[in-house]
Design a protein around this ligand. Structure first.
Ligand SMILES: [Zn+2]
Length: 475
């Protein structure tokens, strides 16, 4: 198949560009991964949905994708600049664990969320702490190239040595940058420019008791946050690769610094396309812990939704829009996904065992949508138009929708095997049993409650007790 033109928005050049891979037929991509000290919230999950669809699109179009994603398990301080405490160590104190245990616990949680959301596993899913040697090597390269200086507390990158330091942020004059001008008691007085950032933090002063520490040419210490991504990116993808992704919050500090490090070490632009998803809003505003709306996947499940309902919801907005999450819109996504599953099951029944042919007309529309800077809402509407198009045979429609699902990732094939459509009688019976179990629990009759749970399980129904009451779903 001829490879169609793919457009991606490149933050570096502030424009939508035709994507040209460095090596024909191959895509090398680095995705900034989670800092593993807390469960991911749905905003994080949106960022990885974008990564997943991007990879699926390339693979669908016949590219091979070399993908690297990191786990940040050291060095990310409570501010994205160099102030504050290491997030991992802070969490370790909070949970009375050591930072290694914290990292392992939340890495497992991330893996489980990825599985639930049907996100493909990155080929290289790597931990920062396994790459300290590479980070030290990269800092030494920058040192040799004259981009660093040392203070009593740290090794810094000297941003004045890199003329296009601010290009990713929009190219403003360096002096305009208001970094480090806040009333921070921890700012290193030997730091030359407020925008200079730490490559290596020494275990002195406020970091004297840092638990995660390694020997280095600059003394015992730990890496700054940004160096890990430069080290892991170039280790696995080389010193020139196609795409680097992350949330829009990474543009001004993390990715700006990463790009500077790449230049300091390799004296060239390492990444071709910097791709950023915009934030997820909740109830029309910013998500925040204090607002109580920093939902996790578990919260979504407890409201009676399946993770793939959330996936369907995410697909409903292009990644460069600030998508707004509400429970009402989630409900609509759930209904739409249910209808899609029903439609696919019906097409399957009508097609019986007839082999379908993929509709080239719809396929080219679908590709045009996803290749247009991942226009997933358009891709969904093409899919729905196809599903409803009665001029095509059921077998052809089925074959085509399952083909599209290689990009959408709604796991429709599994629906064909697993999902049953309940009759009204069956649904009422389940509701009655759930109520009876609630009543048994109310009167502390645990044996009866367990018996009913068993009876429901035999019917292929799973129940979960949540603060909002009992929810059930088909397994
Ligand atoms: Zn990163």
């Amino acid at each position: 198949m001829d490879q169609p033109t793919i457009y991606l928005y490149n933050t570096l050049n502030r424009r939508r560009e035709v994507f040209k891979p460095i090596k024909p037929g191959e895509v090398s991509m680095y995705n900034c991964g989670p800092t593993v000290y807390f469960n991911m919230h749905i905003g994080n999950l949106r960022a990885y949905l974008v990564v997943d669809v991007l990879r699926r699109m390339f693979e669908y179009l016949g590219y091979s994708v070399e993908q690297v994603m990191n786990f940040t398990d050291v060095g990310h301080l409570t501010s994205d600049a160099d102030e504050g405490e290491d997030k991992m160590e802070k969490a370790a104190r909070r949970d009375s664990k050591d930072p290694w245990e914290i990292a392992q616990f939340y890495i497992n949680a991330v893996r489980s969320d990825f599985k639930d959301m049907n996100y493909l596993t990155p080929k290289h899913w790597v931990r920062a702490t396994d790459h300290i040697k590479e980070m030290i090597g990269l800092i030494q390269k920058m040192e040799q190239n004259g981009f660093t200086y040392k203070t009593d507390c740290a090794v810094y990158f000297d941003v004045t040595k890199y003329p296009s330091y601010t290009q990713l942020q929009g190219g403003q004059e360096l002096e305009d940058k208001k970094v480090g001008v806040r009333d921070e008691v921890n700012v290193d007085p030997q730091k030359k420019h407020p925008a200079d950032f730490a490559l290596w933090m020494k275990c002195v002063g406020q970091h004297e008791c840092h638990i995660m520490r390694w020997d280095s040419p600059w003394g015992a210490g730990f890496p700054g946050w940004h160096i890990e991504c430069s080290a892991m990116g170039t280790k696995y993808l080389g010193d020139h690769f196609d795409i680097h992704t992350g949330g829009e919050d990474h543009i001004s500090v993390h990715h700006t610094n990463e790009r500077a490090q790449n230049y300091g070490a390799f004296k060239k632009e390492v990444v071709n396309v910097w791709l950023h998803n915009l934030f997820l809003m909740v109830d029309g505003g910013k998500m925040g812990k204090s607002r109580g709306n920093m939902y996790e996947l578990q919260d979504v499940k407890e409201k009676g939704f399946e993770p793939l309902d959330l996936r369907y919801f995410f697909l409903g907005a292009q990644y460069r829009t600030r998508q707004n999450f509400t429970w009402e819109v989630m409900k609509a996504a759930q209904i739409a996904r249910k209808n899609l599953s029903k439609a696919v099951i019906e097409l399957n029944a009508q097609a019986s065992d007839q082999e379908g042919i993929i509709s080239e007309r719809y396929r080219s529309q679908f590709i045009e949508a996803v290749a247009d800077d991942l226009n997933t809402p358009k891709a969904l509407s093409v899919m729905w138009a196809l599903v409803k198009d009665e001029t095509l045979s059921s077998a052809d429609r089925l074959a085509t929708v399952l083909d599209f699902d290689r990009v959408l990732g709604l796991d429709l094939k599994a629906r064909l095997k697993n999902i049953r459509i309940l009759t009204q009688d069956e649904e009422q019976k389940i509701e009655r049993l759930v109520e009876a179990r609630d009543a048994a629990r109310g009167s502390k009759d645990w044996t009866r409650a367990d018996d009913i749970r068993g009876e429901l399980a035999n019917m292929g129904v799973e129940i979960e007790d949540t603060p909002d009451g009992t929810v059930w779903r088909l397994t």
